[in-house]
Write a protein of this length. Sequence first.
Length: 117
Amino acid sequence: MSAISIARQLVALCREGNPIAALNTLFAQVTVRIEDWEMRAVRREIKRIDLIESKSRWWMEKHASHTSPASSPWLYEHCEYQYDLTQKSSGKRMMLDEVSLYTPKSGKIVREAFFYD
């Protein structure tokens, strides 16, 4: 699968609210996810698809998403997201801007990095 095909399918699945299907179909079993939370001074790296899926499920359980439109894929396989979320435990509603960079290899995503505003 070409990089642009992967990117288009990723965006389509995210727009449908189905990121777990994206993980199961588009990501390699050994994928590196990097999350860089400057506001919390946290840099976290996860290297297994099952741990990435667990983290994604945790995020979805803790937040109610009102909108999370993914932009069209851009050159160099990045995508921009703007989330309108409510943290379920506190009821606090927030906006979150995110840029995600994806690295494809042999038809699968092997690395993703998230950057937040």
